[in-house]
Ligand binder design. Sequence first.
Ligand SMILES: [Zn+2]
Length: 88
Amino acid sequence: MNSSIIGKIEKSKLYAAERTRMRVTTLSVEFHGENADHQVSLTDNGWTCTCEFFHDHGACAHSMALERVLQGMLPSHADSRLLTAKAS
Ligand SMILES: [Zn+2]
């Protein structure tokens, strides 16, 4: 393998451990929930989810799960109000 490719692979491993280098700005995820599939999105306005709980509360298990997966890489407007309330 080309030595410069090997160098890039090594650097990618270091980068992957430095989550604060990355900022997720938009995202679209097909989420397989326990009862149904949902479409979860992150936009400039924050999270959206097609589930009923999100419609009523502005956050849900799906959006909060993605917040945990992407911890350290999300813009401040992606902070869930429910998560913040529970953490404090
Ligand atoms: Zn949801």
